[in-house]
Design a protein around this ligand. Sequence first.
Ligand SMILES: NC(=O)c1ccc[n+]([C@@H]2O[C@H](COP(=O)([O-])OP(=O)(O)OC[C@H]3O[C@@H](n4cnc5c(N)ncnc54)[C@H](O)[C@@H]3O)[C@@H](O)[C@H]2O)c1
Length: 273
Amino acid sequence: MANQLLKGKKGIIFGALDERSIAWKTALAAVAEGAEIVLTNAPIALRMGKINELAKECNAQVIAADATSDADLDALMQKSMEIFGGKFDFILHSIGMSPNVRKNIEYTATNHDNFLKTLDISALSLHRVLQAAMKADALNEWGSVLALSYIAAQRTFPGYNDMADAKAVLESIARSFGYHYGFARKVRVNTISQSPTVTTAGSGVSGFDVFYNYAEKMSPLGNASAEDCANYCIMFFSDYTRMVTMQNLFHDGGFSNTGVSNLVIEDMKNSQQ
Ligand SMILES: NC(=O)c1ccc[n+]([C@@H]2O[C@H](COP(=O)([O-])OP(=O)(O)OC[C@H]3O[C@@H](n4cnc5c(N)ncnc54)[C@H](O)[C@@H]3O)[C@@H](O)[C@H]2O)c1
């Protein structure tokens, strides 16, 4: 279904760990649509993941950067501009990690050092990326920056733990920075709030299978897949969305506006019999 929507555009994609990653699918879709990309991930993910396979397929260079390190991000902007031969057009922030989720520490018994790490990796990193891009004047006018969020930013999903707070901050940073970057350089900043998706980060959340199935039954269109999400990202990197900024965009098959579905009611009835 490629239509060369990103012909002539260049961008950085954060967060492709393996072939299930939303960033992995987005990298493939961006290249199929004519974009030139740089791939980046944390040094440990480069050692453990399979990013070199993706890089080969995308004819892309890989640059290590910990998204919590301003020095790494400054170097990433400079190296990317060298590779691209100047400014570029889009950034995908597809980064999330909570040490509390990883260690199964409940929200009410949170470890606050871990909590700060969750916020730094999963939310403040967006601010760091935007700040590094702005400082380097790395993005062309009408450039597009996207980060991935989840509806736990607005409604409580207990297993999502401190990631819910991180997503609320992430969405707020997109609004706040979007204001400044819009006036300063006509760059747009948005978040996409994606359905539960089977990936390393997604499956790490406690009770993931249950709320994946619940969301599937609640959503009139079903859960949006990682491929669907990649296509939506492409639209937001393209010129067709040039006037959209500071938004949180639900990409969830209708889940966010559904109170209850007949499929869920049927399940409840069956469990009462
Ligand atoms: N999977 C879901 O159900 C779901 C739903 C909504 C939103 N999201 C969001 O989508 C994004 C991508 O996650 P995914 O589901 O593709 O999982 P994933 O595990 O494939 O990707 C998460 C990525 O974050 C990277 N990362 C972690 N710490 C980092 C650091 N310090 N610096 C740089 N990168 C770092 C990891 O290496 C990994 O590549 C995340 O923001 C996630 O919260 C996922």
